[in-house]
Design a protein around this ligand. Structure first.
Ligand SMILES: *[C@@H]1O[C@H](CO)[C@@H](O)[C@H](O)[C@H]1NC(C)=O
Ligand SMILES: *[C@@H]1O[C@H](CO)[C@@H](O)[C@H](O)[C@H]1NC(C)=O
Length: 800
């Protein structure tokens, strides 16, 4: 004990120097970060109704006057990772509802106690207390479930105060440990005791006392260099652990030489412990492999789980160590993440039921020697280097395996090899291997859950044996191009086929797979065309059937729809249904025809069209005839020939309308411009020749008039001789062909060509008629006057 005292004094000195050193360089921050203003700022943003307050990593030193009284609703307060040195717990007296107070990782050396009756979780671990800070007041906090403590010295007298409290967890987070009084821990009354030891602390008394304290014991940082351990004469691990309480022991970060590990196991072997879990085991470099016999008898041990093993020695007798472990012959054995290239079993039938060798380097070698594991139910060989599936199957058939995990290996199935599986096997995990379609020929018939995700399967062959019991099939991340039918697995209820190459799933699946309750098919490159309509409708309708709907189901093709969720793709019935589409086109066509027919009959559409065509033609012609040439001989815009019978119309309608807008239009009329003394024929010819156009008013009257016919003859003559199209025929009233005398063949020919303007009976058409006529004769005759602008189309239409 004297040595302990000295160590303690040394520790105390080191400690105070350390804590001081940490504070000194930050003297400036002390002023800023611990000032009243800083505190006010930190608290200012928080509403008085706040229930949770995280003030961790906020103060680099002792906060002055931390006032939390306004926050009467506060339930959770985290003050960890600060530099708090003293704490008066009465500052929380107004936070009557405070349940959770975390003060871990500070520099606390003393606290003034105050009884917080609502407190359930109080964490004072990882502080600088000398003695475990036990307040009388803790004794009255009846709600307390979790108590975190720390102290450089652990004494019975300190722990006595909380001995009567029944807690669910006591956590000892120790920054330093200088003294442990034997028998202290068993005073505590807790379901679970978790101790985090500082580096190189003597764990042996604590382990020994710990397994006499709680049902569950967790110890983190089990390491101690050899020399320290030799200092104390008495080794508690050599004593027999009679009267121990712990059934579940978890050791984390264990770094000891082999002989010490051996000793720990032997100690535990005869204790009350049933489950031993070791995480991060390092077998130290000072290991000696002098094998003392291990006493396997008289144990309650059922399960040993060792995860993440590092061996710091280059060569060690592996086979002996493997046999040392497998000789344990307990229900469960897990050795994972140990880089084991091999493992050996005793050559007699063992009692192992659950073996887990995940994350090692095991190869098919494992099955070369017959393994006698008749009771084996679970075998996890995930993440090893196995290659041949039929080899595994020949081993399995001699067991009563129920669950076999072969995922993340290099497994293949060579087509044609026989596969035998025990009939008990219901779950087989073959994911992340190198299987192709043929793997289905090597699947146990009794299988209920089959995981084949992340392989290279393209189709599920039709000729495979019926998998009558299969309920769950995971075939995600392969290269399937369609949903499978359920002809070979009638009972399938869960299918995962996401991340394959399904472009357009056929609905065969939904017809044959009657029992499917969950389908995961997202992440496939769906082509959003009509073929997908039924699938999309199913997705929308079947609530809960398609897992991941709608987010995981998006279009890949066509490119313009890429990334759009299937749910939002609009494929209307009409664009996908050809007969319907044809019917609609026909109906629309029919409606158009009817509309056009009505327009033609009711509003004489063709007449308007013809008028517009003529008007355009005239415009074109006017633009193309050289003006100068015309102007030389021509004095009038038009000569009008008509029969006396139509003179009323000519005078009242034609002339006023032609001259209406444009007074510069000159019309040659025989009664107005005939030169006396000349013969009638001469006058007519004269008039025709001086006019740009000749207008003939055709009517039954016209046909009767001999003169008119002459006029027409001359005008037509001019037309042929000079090549200018100077004839305008206006059909005032229809003339039946038979009523034209045969000798007037010229008139007949012209009528037959139908190159005349018809005088429309309807008043609303007159505007367009006149405009057209005016445009036909419009030409600039006066030298000084400007060329008359031809009317624009829109003006024309307005008039009409
Ligand atoms: C052994 O392993 C099986 C399967 O992993 C598990 O269900 C069982 O609880 C384990 N038994 C013990 C004692 O840990
Ligand atoms: C198969 O193993 C993988 C890990 O390799 C795991 O993610 C998956 O859940 C397992 N499948 C089943 C059905 O247990």
């Amino acid at each position: 004990m004297g040595i302990m005292r000295n160590i303690y004094i040394l520790y105390s000195i080191v400690l105070s120097v350390l804590c001081g050193a940490l504070l000194l360089p930050e003297a400036n921050e002390i002023i800023t970060d611990c000032s009243q203003d800083y505190l006010k700022n930190v608290l200012m943003d928080m509403s008085p109704k706040t229930t949770t307050m995280d003030l961790s990593h906020k103060f680099t030193c002792q906060p002055q006057n931390l006032d939390l009284s306004p926050f009467s609703k506060l339930k959770v307060l985290i003050l960890s990772h600060n530099r708090i040195q003293h704490l008066d717990m009465s500052i929380f007296q107004f936070n009557k509802e405070l349940e959770y107070l975390d003060l871990s990782y500070n520099c606390l050396r003393n606290i003034s106690c105050y009884s917080l009756l609502a407190l359930k979780h109080l964490d004072l671990s990882f502080n600088d207390f000398n003695n475990i800070p036990i307040c009388q007041e803790f004794g009255s906090m009846s709600q307390l479930e979790f108590l975190g403590l720390s102290g450089t010295q652990i004494r019975k007298s300190d722990l006595q105060t909380v001995a009567h409290l029944s807690l669910s967890t006591i956590f000892l987070g120790l920054k330093h440990l200088s003294y442990y009084e034997e028998g202290s821990l068993p005073l505590l009354n807790t379901e679970r005791l978790h101790i985090v030891l500082p580096e190189n602390a003597d764990y042996r008394f604590i382990l020994h006392n710990g397994i006499h304290t709680s049902k569950t014991l967790e110890m983190t940082n089990i390491n101690m260099d050899q020399f320290t351990s030799q200092e104390s004469q008495k080794n508690p691990l050599l004593e027999s652990p009679t009267g121990s309480k712990t059934s579940h022991l978890l050791l984390r970060n264990v770094d000891v030489p082999w002989q010490e590990f051996f000793q720990i196991l032997q100690f535990i072997w005869h204790s009350s412990i049933q489950q031993l879990q070791i995480q991060n085991l390092t077998i130290g470099a000072q290991s000696e492999f002098k094998f003392k016999p291990f006493n396997y008898s008289n144990t309650l041990m059922k399960a040993l789980k060792v995860e993440h093993v590092t061996v710091k020695i280059y060569s060690f007798p592996q086979d002996i160590i493997y046999l040392f472990l497998t000789h344990m012959d307990i229900e469960n054995l897990t050795i994972s993440g140990a880089g084991m290239p091999h493992i050996i079993f005793p050559n007699y039938p063992t009692k192992f039921q659950h073996l887990n060798f995940a994350n090692n380097s095991l190869t098919d070698e494992l099955f070369v020697n017959t393994l006698q594991l008749p009771h084996l139910k679970t075998f996890v060989l995930q993440r090893n280097k196995l290659e041949i599936l039929s080899t595994v199957s020949s081993f399995a058939t001699k067991t009563s395996l129920v669950y076999l995990d072969l995922s993340q290996n290099l497994l293949q199935y060579a087509d044609g090899k026989d596969c035998y599986w025990p009939e008990t096997l219901t779950t087989l995990n073959l994911s992340s291997n190198k299987f192709i379609d043929s793997v289905f020929k090597c699947v146990p018939k009794s299988i209920q859950v089959l995981d084949l995700h992340n392989n290279d399967i393209r189709t599920i062959p039709r000729e495979i044996a019926d998998l009558k019991a299969l309920r769950e099939l995971n075939i995600a991340s392969n290269s399937l191009t369609d949903l499978p039918g359920c002809d070979n697995f009638q009972r399938l209820s869960v299918l995962n086929i996401e991340m394959n190459s399904i472009i357009s799933p056929s609905l065969d699946f939904f017809q044959t797979c009657q029992e499917v309750q969950s389908l995961k098919a997202g992440g496939n490159p769906f082509r959003c065309t009509c073929d997908l309509r039924n699938f999309i409708n199913l997705g929308k309708k079947s609530q809960g059937l398609m897992i991941g709907w709608p987010d995981a189901y998006t279009c890949e093709y066509p490119l313009e729809l890429k990334g759009i969720p299937l749910e939002n793709v609009d494929l209307p019935e009409i664009s996908c249904n050809t007969p319907l589409l044809i019917a609609v086109i026909l109906i629309v066509g029919l409606i158009w025809t009817v509309v056009i027919a009505v327009l033609c009959i009711r509003f004489d559409l063709p007449w308007y069209l013809r008028m517009i065509a003529q008007w355009t033609q005239t415009q074109y012609r006017v633009r193309n005839v050289p003006l100068e040439e015309l102007k030389r001989t021509i004095q009038f815009h038009a000569f009008i020939s008509y029969s006396e019978g139509d003179s009323l119309w000519v005078k009242n309608e034609l002339i006023p309308n032609l001259e209406k807008e444009d007074t510069s239009i000159l019309i040659c009329l025989h009664e107005r411009h005939f030169i006396p003394g000349k013969s009638v024929v001469e006058n007519i010819i004269n008039c025709i020749e001086k006019s740009y156009k000749s207008i003939f008013i055709l009517s039954p009257n016209f046909v009767q008039s001999e003169w008119c016919h002459y006029e027409l003859y001359f005008a037509h003559h001019k037309l042929f001789h000079e090549g200018s199209n100077n004839l305008i025929l206006i059909l005032l009233e229809p003339i039946p062909q038979y009523s034209i005398p045969t000798r007037y063949h010229k008139l007949k020919a012209l009528m037959a060509q139908r190159t005349y303007l018809e005088w429309p009976k309807e008043k609303n058409k007159h505007g367009l008629f006149w405009a057209n006529l005016r445009a036909a004769i419009n030409i600039n005759l006066s030298e000084s006057g400007k060329m008359n602008k031809s009317q624009t189309m829109s003006e024309l239409l307005k008039e009409s």
